[in-house]
Design a protein around this ligand. Structure first.
Ligand SMILES: *[C@@H]1O[C@H](CO)[C@@H](O)[C@H](O)[C@H]1NC(C)=O
Ligand SMILES: *[C@@H]1O[C@H](CO)[C@@H](O)[C@H](O)[C@H]1NC(C)=O
Length: 996
């Protein structure tokens, strides 16, 4: 209804606004009272929640059996939330035909989140950006005769089926229905565009679509940077205001930090723009996408690594951020042509949890320290950030150090960094902090504090450790716990640093472990003052008030875990600081997922990559048995209640098939160039008009693939003519960054464009070796790399056409040629409902479905080495092999396909890889950088037969081959995650009706 109101004239738009205003109780907090907010934070059933979240895209991991694995890892990082996008392009490939089944179903994801105790922020778009093709818009939107992301009813009507369908699915999973969804973000980065941007009528209309679908939890926005759009009115009628921040930018010089990139004014901006809503950063750079020809994700992970996380994230904490989403929290894969043109198959992003689901990056460990600290510090959520205009020199008198304070009722937090945050040298300082015992200049026991280059730290004063007052600490807090009368406080620092703590009523300290000489004590301000030098030898001090202080270096702290943030049985909340702060702290190694204590038995679930000494700090005093990953394990319990044991890592016994020995079959995958090839079933390019609002036609008939419903993978065009002898052909094609094309005249190879990351389109003129009176067919194969995003509202960027833009053939009028086109079989009426609308392209073998297991390969020619044999000339071959995997259970062993990076990068070959029918890689040898393609367990069958297919397109005269193709095993982890993993649906090949 609302849409029809918008349809009418502008004056009616005002009525619309009034209508919304009249019903605004449903727009703001929604008609529920479970999730509420004030200026400090959200609250769930009245409990304050710091929403510490990592972005994860289920659609980028089409193995639902692994969703709980990654969500448990997010939880183990100390996070309590996950933000997820939904990719419309995968769910409504054909207009009006919405389907979210199998790997695309969200219900198993919601179940996994509940099991892991993870709250969800749903971000279903309809526009998502996300470095996916079209920014999530299905290809058929390219035919809408209007700009996108506007109030125009043509656009709004096109979104209605998707939004109502996905909105209903998400609505069922809201916390009000017992589900994990507590926040919903309509639209995405609606932050620039053509007039009438910024259009509140449009923005409200999208919100209303979701309310109509049953969404009652609060809305949250994400401005792509803090412009403050729409938030001058405050709650309840407007949603929580949030914005993004990517301070390191993308793909700059990988080794350098940008200057003037630390957003020190964002706290002030928040106070100006949206003071009544919690400070929310919906996407905080947690890595970077990487383009074709880019640096590779290990490099982006290092650049946006722990130093970046300390300096930039703590800057956000200094503004009291309480909704904080790290983008990406979990890497993923642009499988099945879902990526946008600037990105390749991997979407690892350099995230703390890698595309292979490992947690070995230091980004993970550093974030765990930060998240655990904030989750252990309830005072943080309501502390008031102080104006930091004069941060340089404040509290320290040292102009080279900037300090920003957050003042709580009792506890104060101080965030220190270098005034020049890019500084790489160490700065010594003293700091004078206000405490309940007056101003204290620290260190009190001599020496000085130090801030190493590119570091940032929290100092705290009057910090509550379960009833004991930590008067101050310059060491950073990992966490603390209260077990009966005992408290444990775990702090850490950088190697070699001097740190000092004041513990009120600490009495006489007793060193339980560590070097007596590296620690000093005194009594001042009614407190035990404790100064020590950080080293990798831990120090444990017991104080007479029952407090145990663990003094660690940062790298040792990485091995400490805290578990059991799962549902509180009383409140049903996933986070309950009180129960959380009384669960044990565990020193282990690679990963601890969970611990439960029942009847004097400890059940520990963890993953190990080596034999590991574990300690459980804060166990019940009379533990009778310890079960690690379902195995009874010997242990000792010392007089302080600490349980100690050794978990033995046993390397698994397995081998991977050698792909040079599995035996391959090969098929000529370009029959289209053969003289007698029949293209009668192809789509005729018969549209003399295009609704494409991005580019006018230069040809009599549209040759834009989107006009004919072809939106994914390779495109093929054909036309025929009778020669007058020696024509020249001029051609302009477009496929997006790094695309390529090849042209044949009958079976004669004419030429190729082998791609360039800066070339989105290409002009070429060819002299055709055509003879007078002969009839010829021109065949053109084009790699299309996905649609551009539509970041600017009202624009038509995603419609930027793919295919042939223009052509001329000497001696002919354009209209003398008629063209045929194909992409994937059926176009928008795609055939493979299991793998969705984008998984296949227009290659003959794909149209026939030969990438699917069960394809009739026995009749194909033998090829000993498959793609490692390759082609001696230009063309396309399609290879297939089958092999069994037999991977022992009890281990997480990611398996990737590795293309040897041969030294000859001039050889232009493009491969597509299919594992059990899912396209899991696009390899462009001459562009790179990706050579290793991880494929998840669940797509691989680890206990059965697998079908591997590879298309190989050689673009140059000399042909080409893959120097070496291997299966490689990633890090081998002895895992507590239940196995075998449920297989993703693997539908088999059937002869396809009408395939050509
Ligand atoms: C929507 O866009 C179409 C195509 O540009 C235009 O004809 C129509 O007037 C627009 N409708 C409104 C309400 O602006
Ligand atoms: C990235 O680093 C990991 C861990 O060192 C390594 O196993 C992996 O091979 C690297 N990836 C690439 C693409 O170099």
């Amino acid at each position: 209804m609302i849409l029809r109101i918008i349809l009418a004239a502008l004056s009616v738009a005002c009525i619309f606004v009034q209508q919304v205003a009249a019903s605004n109780t449903s727009l703001g907090g929604g008609s529920q009272d479970i999730v509420t907010w004030d200026k400090h934070s959200i609250m769930v059933r009245g409990q304050r929640v710091m929403f510490f979240s990592g972005e994860f895209h289920p659609f980028r991991l089409p193995a639902p059996g692994l969703w709980l694995d990654v969500l448990q890892k997010v939880k183990a990082m100390g996070f309590n939330g996950v933000s997820f996008y939904v990719n419309w392009a995968l769910l409504e490939g054909k207009e009006g035909d919405f389907s979210a089944e199998g790997v695309f179903a969200l219900e198993p994801f919601f179940e996994a989140a509940k099991t892991a105790g993870i709250y969800l922020l749903a971000r279903p778009g309809p526009y998502i950006n996300a470095e996916v093709s079209g920014g999530g818009f299905p290809g058929w939107l390219a035919r809408l005769p209007t700009g996108l992301r506007t109030r125009n009813s043509t656009y709004m009507d096109a979104t209605e089926k998707y939004v109502s369908s996905i909105g209903t699915i998400i609505a069922k999973a809201q916390i009000t229905n017992g589900g994990p969804v507590i926040l919903v973000q309509p639209e995405n980065e609606y932050s620039s565009g053509d007039p009438p941007f910024p259009d509140p009528v449009y923005f409200r209309a999208v919100e209303q679509q979701y309310r109509d679908a049953g969404i009652v939890v609060p809305f949250i926005s994400n401005d792509n940077s803090p412009h403050g759009f729409f938030y001058d009115q405050g709650p309840p009628e407007w949603p929580i205001y949030g914005h993004d921040s990517y301070p390191m930018g993308f793909n700059d010089d990988i080794s350098e930090w940008p200057v003037d990139a630390l957003p020190t004014n964002y706290g002030d901006l928040h106070e100006e723009m949206a003071p009544n809503t919690p400070y929310s950063v919906i996407e905080c750079q947690g890595g970077s996408w990487d383009p074709w020809g880019g640096y590779g994700y290990n490099k982006t992970a290092a650049r946006q690594g722990p130093e970046y996380q300390r300096v930039f994230f703590k800057n956000f904490y200094s503004f009291g951020v309480t909704i904080f989403n790290v983008y990406m929290g979990v890497g993923g894969t642009n499988w099945g042509n879902m990526g946008y043109p600037e990105g390749y198959t991997s979407y690892d992003y350099g995230a703390p949890i890698t595309e292979m689901r490992t947690v070995e990056r230091e980004n993970f460990s550093e974030l765990k320290l930060q998240a655990m600290f904030l989750q252990s510090s309830p005072a943080y959520a309501t502390a008031i950030p102080q104006n930091n205009t004069h941060a340089n020199g404040s509290y320290t008198g040292n102009m080279k150090i900037a300090t920003t304070a957050l003042f709580g009722n009792e506890t104060n937090f101080f965030v220190l960094r270098h005034a020049d945050y890019t500084e790489t040298s160490t700065e010594k300082y003293h700091i004078t902090l206000p405490t309940s015992k007056g101003n204290i200049t620290i260190p009190q026991l001599g020496g000085s504090l130090s801030l190493v280059g590119r570091d940032s730290k929290f100092h705290v004063t009057d910090y509550d450790v379960g009833g004991i007052n930590l008067l101050y600490s310059t060491a950073e807090i990992f966490t603390w716990r209260k077990f009966g009368n005992r408290r444990v406080l775990v702090v850490y620092g950088g190697p070699g640093e001097t740190n000092e703590l004041g513990i009120q009523g600490g009495g006489t300290p007793h060193i339980l472990e560590g070097d007596q000489h590296s620690i000093k004590f005194d009594q001042k301000q009614g407190s035990t003052i404790l100064q020590y030098t950080v080293s990798d030898q831990r120090i444990i001090v017991e104080l007479s008030n029952g407090l145990y202080v663990y003094l660690l270096d940062r790298f040792s702290a990485y091995n400490y875990w805290s578990t059991d943030l799962s549902s509180d049985p009383v409140s049903e909340n996933y986070t309950n600081t009180t129960t959380f702060l009384s669960t044990p702290i565990i020193k282990a190694g690679y990963l601890i997922r969970d611990m439960k204590a029942t009847d004097n038995t400890l059940h520990l679930m963890g993953d190990f990559n080596s034999t590991t000494e574990i300690e459980i700090i804060g166990a019940e005093s009379d533990i009778k048995s310890l079960i690690v990953n379902n195995a009874p394990t010997e242990f000792q319990q010392d007089s302080h209640g600490v349980v100690k044991a050794t978990v033995v890592f046993k390397g698994p016994d397995f081998s991977l098939p050698d792909l040079s020995k599995t035996g391959w079959k090969v098929l000529d995958a370009l029959p289209e160039i053969q003289k007698d090839y029949d293209d009668s079933r192809w789509t005729k390019a018969s549209l003399s008009n295009s609704n494409n609002t991005e580019r006018n036609l230069s040809t009599p008939m549209s040759l834009y693939a989107s006009d004919y419903g072809f939106h994914s993978g390779y495109l093929i065009y054909r036309t025929s003519f009778t020669s007058n002898g020696g024509e020249s052909l001029h051609l302009e094609t477009q496929g997006g960054s790094a695309y390529g094309h090849s042209i044949w005249l009958n079976e004669i190879f004419v030429g190729s464009f082998s791609g360039d990351i800066t070339a989105y389109s290409w002009n070429q003129t060819f002299n055709l070796p055509a003879e007078n009176g002969e009839t010829y067919t021109i065949t053109i194969l084009i790699d299309q790399m996905g649609y551009e995003e539509n970041g600017s509202a009202g624009s038509s960027d995603m419609k930027t056409p793919r295919g042939i833009l223009n052509y001329s053939l000497s001696g002919f009028n354009q209209s003398d040629l008629s063209w045929k086109i194909t992409g994937n079989l059926g176009g928008e009426s795609f055939r493979d409902r299991t793998r969705g609308p984008l998984n296949e392209g227009g290659l003959f073998a794909e149209r026939q479905g030969y990438h699917l297991p069960g394809a009739p390969i026995s009749s194909w020619k033998d090829s000993k080495l498959g793609p490692m044999e390759g082609l001696s000339g230009p063309g396309v071959a399609f290879y297939a092999t089958t092999f069994k995997l037999d991977i022992p259970t009890g281990y997480d062993i990611p398996i990737s396909l590795s293309f040897a990076n041969s030294t000859d990068t001039t050889s232009s070959i493009r491969c597509q890889v299919y594992v059990n029918g899912y396209q899991f890689g696009k390899w462009i040898h001459n562009i790179g950088p990706q050579d290793i393609f991880p494929v998840p367990e669940g797509i691989w069958d680890y206990h059965g037969e697998n079908y591997l297919a590879v298309s190989l397109w050689a673009l140059e005269k000399g042909g080409g081959k893959v120097e070496n193709l291997n299966l490689v095993a990633g890090p081998v982890i002895q895992s507590s995650y239940p196995r075998p993993i449920e297989m993703s649906p693997i539908s088999q090949w059937h002869k396809r009706d009408g395939a050509y």
